[in-house]
Design a protein. Structure first.
Length: 277
């Protein structure tokens, strides 16, 4: 397939053309696929350029909510790309479950080593992730693992940021164009607090409940027996209006105390102890 396919669909975009050219130079590609905004956009463009020479590889672990895995299956099917599902038991890796400040490095190293090995077994040397230029703005030790493993980041190399990816995704008709930012469930737990199956289950159950109430951008921070809910400021009054229902449900899940963060949703808020904020 040729790179001009996307150019026929939308206005000329220099960064998009750069991405097309980048992908066109790859014979085969495996995309580490979560079903989020970035990896979905990358998978779609790669499929338009490389056709059946691109595959999606998704790792299913306890740190990934079940609904995300199911969503990734639907999206891969919609795009028309073969998806390979891998299972990973994070609880066998002490470098992950002890939750040190560089947990993300060890987690990414484990996940992408598995993806690279699987891709190789399918005769694919190139593995790419959906990192974009905005990902350099936060504490992300996992980026070091990707570099050490030689993982490609076509969106970042093309100079594409999150908002540009959302706009282009919308023009491509992708259902993820306005999807809230995703992160693994381990990011809800303070560093150096051990990650357990029970903890992850509580977080997932709580966030699923809140999402079911219509809160799309939500984080439930697990602070022992205290659940700290983060929603955007514009959603705070609605959350307070559901106070009794929310408290009842989260106590059923296992929390004793339930609070709302007055600052609101803040991506990477658990990294403040690392940054010294």
């Amino acid at each position: 397939m040729v790179p001009i396919l996307l150019g026929d669909m939308m206005a000329k975009n220099e960064k998009l053309e750069r991405l097309e050219g980048y992908l066109a130079n790859l014979e085969k590609l495996a995309v580490a696929f979560s079903g989020g905004v970035d990896s979905t956009f990358l998978l779609k463009v790669a499929h338009m350029i490389l056709g059946d020479n691109v595959v999606a590889i998704t790792v299913n672990g306890a740190i990934h909510p079940g609904w995300e895995i199911e969503s990734s299956k639907e999206i891969a099917s919609r795009i028309g790309v073969r998806q390979i599902l891998l299972d990973m038991d994070i609880f066998k890796n002490e470098n992950i479950v002890t939750n040190p400040p560089d947990r993300c490095y060890h987690c990414k190293m484990a996940i992408f080593s598995m993806i690279k090995k699987t891709a190789k077994s399918y005769g694919i040397d190139n593995v790419a992730d959906g990192s974009n230029i905005d990902d350099a703005g936060d504490y992300r030790p996992g980026m070091r693992a990707l570099k050490e493993l030689g993982i490609l980041s076509p969106l970042r190399d093309a100079g594409l940021g999150k908002e540009e990816i959302r706009i282009l995704s919308k023009e491509l008709g992708l259902p993820t164009w306005d999807k809230p930012a995703l992160s693994c469930l381990a990011t809800r737990i303070p560093y150096n607090t051990r990650i357990t199956e029970e903890t992850l289950s509580m977080i997932e159950a709580g966030e699923d409940f809140l999402r079911g109430l219509g809160f799309s951008q939500i984080r439930l921070r697990h602070l022992g027996n205290l659940a700290k809910i983060e929603v955007p400021p514009e959603d705070m009054m609605r959350l307070l209006g559901l106070r009794e229902m929310v408290v009842k449900k989260l106590r059923e899940i296992g929390y004793t105390y339930i609070t709302m963060d007055m600052e609101g949703y803040n991506m990477g808020s658990m990294n403040r102890t690392i940054k010294g904020e």
